[in-house]
Design a protein around this ligand. Sequence first.
Ligand code: IPM
Ligand code: MG
Length: 353
Amino acid sequence: MKIAVLPGDGIGPEIVAQAVKVMKALAGDGLKLEMEEAPIGGAGYDAAGDPLPESTLALAKAADAVLLGAVGGPRYDTLDRPLRPERGLLRIRKEMNLFANLRPAFLYPELASASTLRPEVVAGLDIMIVRELTGDVYFGQPRGIEIRNGERVGFNTMLYAESEVRRVAHVAFGIAMKRGRKLCSVEKANVLECSELWKEVVIEVAKEYPEVELSHMYVDNAAMQLVRNPRQFDVIVTGNIFGDILSDEASMLTGSIGMLASASLDQNNKGMYEPIHGSAPDIAGKNIANPLATILSVAMMLRYTLNQEAAAVRIENAVKKVLAQGLRTADIYTEGTKKASCSEMGDAVVAAL
Ligand code: IPM
Ligand code: MG
């Protein structure tokens, strides 16, 4: 199994290095994993003048799965828009047709006190957000900044074709079938035509999944319900931008955005795996970032794309074990636990494997 490893920018290289240690440990135990690294984001720009160098895209397409760290940094914010790191990430998602983004928000019992919400509100939390990833206002045309009536206007287009809604709805219903059989579709159909169509199509698809209890929620209410009573949710399906926002919010319920992995899948479950947090330039190079989201992304990769459930469970158990040992990176540190650096955390997970 060939893994394209794309560390990216900021804390990307440090956290990915820990995930690579974990993969090497698994490979040492007989799992046939081969890794090859390539630059993306700002690193791609530095290496080849392109946030998604052609050779990186080719490697990613040829690989069985992709592991990505994070992209972006203040150094690149003033580049021409097409050259910015984030565009590299958006392009690889689009080029590989990774339309279904799975973002679990799962609370490890040991971290209940690290959440900003009261433990009794978040205890037992286990939500799966399915975010559509290749459409919406992120990609809709026209877009731009131009002069109209003597002043600058900025504009983007929120657009979904029904086929795009249908395929991600199928993924979400399929996941709901394997979990608690509850699906909440989140949109803003009281204002946006795009959302009106979204809702109609989700209702059509629901007919094929009579066992799943489908509900609908406006995104503003969903944002509120996520902090009011997050355990009402099992699976959430939503568009690209709403999913971007709600998945950051959901991640904080679990104590730290540094804990959450994600999978971005195409029609055939080929995928790219990345922590949902960003490149955190403020702490880059300090060896204090939390590598667990990236390590858990490897577990998702083994489960969803490589069909190695046993190895996935092994990683997840190793993570649980280090948390039970009281090891914490700065972002999840609470009094009475043991502070670990990024690399110490990676070593501890390998030892626990
Ligand atoms: C994410 C990020 C990206 C997004 C950025 C870096 C382009 O926030 O993966 O959630 O908006 O999709
Ligand atoms: Mg985001």
